[in-house]
Design a binder for this molecule. Sequence first.
Ligand code: MN
Length: 217
Amino acid sequence: MAAAACCRVLALMAIMLVAGRVSADPDMLQDICVADLASAIKVNGFVCKSNATADDFFSAALANPGATNNTFGSLVTGANVQRIPGLNTLGVSLARIDYAPGGLNPPHTHPRATEIVFVLYGELEVGFITTANVLYPKIIKKGEIFVFPRGLVHFQKNNRKVPAAVIAAFNSQLPGTQSIATTLFGASPPVPDNVLAKAFQIATPEVQKIKSRFAPK
Ligand code: MN
């Protein structure tokens, strides 16, 4: 009886260990593994380069506001493994997002990370949508934080007449971004018109009109 109870406890602990993993990226196997971004060898992440320096762990990329004079009035500046090779295998990264007045970071997902944003200045209308199709909306302002759970569609909109900015942290060295509209209407080769027309319950000319706005550069 005691042995059976013991086994149940061990089984429960094993389940908790598996379910309790908080890192989205795999665990590291050494102190550092600075990415050799130029290597032709393909692995899960990047192979380690041999002559790492402190600069591989440094970036000033987020020090200044990004240019927001674009279609959406927002700019995401990534500070991930592609810019900071020392992040390879460490399971974290940052980004800075700047918003012009009225600017939108359009609905998108990060397949490999949860995102947590801290408002540097300004005010934003933010939200994520669960797989049950429930929107979790919130207004956040300077000094406040909001969390976008891994993989869920989310957005940020600056409804004010002054700029806004956030720092975003991710539990992945390369969270990846799929922007919903660009993914569906700007893919190359293109998603067939009839797929999008039926999916969105609109006519083909409307599909083509939207596609023209998201044509691959
Ligand atoms: Mn995001």
